[in-house]
Structures are given as C-alpha cells and as structure tokens.
Design a protein around this ligand. Structure first.
Ligand SMILES: [Zn+2]
Length: 90
C-alpha cells in the first residue's frame, strides 16, 4: 500500500516593491507623486512595425527637470533647436 504524506512548503517570493528612475546626467532620483508627472525622456526607436507583428529597439536617456532646463535646453538652443510643446488632456 502506498501512502502519501503531504506537506506545505513556503518559498520566499521575490517581488518589486519599489521602482524608480534616476537622471542619467546628475544621477538624482526623478521623483513623481501619485498624480504628478515629471518625466524627461530623450529616445530613439528603430525597427519594423507591421499590422500583426514587429520589433523595435530603443535608446533612451532619462533626464530630470533640472538637467532638462539647465543642460539639455541650452545645448539644443546652441544647435538652433527649440523643442515643440504638446499638451495632452484626457
Ligand atoms: Zn539631472
């Protein structure tokens, strides 16, 4: 006769409890509150996009608001570039 004895194992479960972004210029944490958006991203996406599939790669630089104002905008201005501003409401 075969018998079974069952036991319950408790395995530790690793989960992400906090996620944050740091500025690639000054390494400061880019802080956001629950309803506040403060995100600076400069990115280049390359790839192929078809109706049912595709792939892309993205190069991304995260920038805090201070570095955006003090470092990125002056550099862009020196090249004659003025970023476009778009308002998004939902
Ligand atoms: Zn910064």
């Amino acid at each position: 006769m075969q018998h079974e004895e069952r036991a319950t194992e408790t395995k530790p479960v690793e989960r992400i409890v906090r996620r944050w972004t740091t500025c690639d210029f000054c390494q400061a944490e880019i802080r956001e509150d629950a309803y506040e958006v403060r995100e600076g991203v400069l990115s280049l996406r390359l790839g192929d996009a078809y109706p049912d599939s595709g792939h892309t790669t993205e190069q991304r630089v995260d920038i805090c608001e201070s570095c955006w104002e003090a470092k990125l905008l002056p550099w862009l201005a020196s090249l004659g570039i003025v970023p476009q501003t778009h308002r998004v409401d939902w």
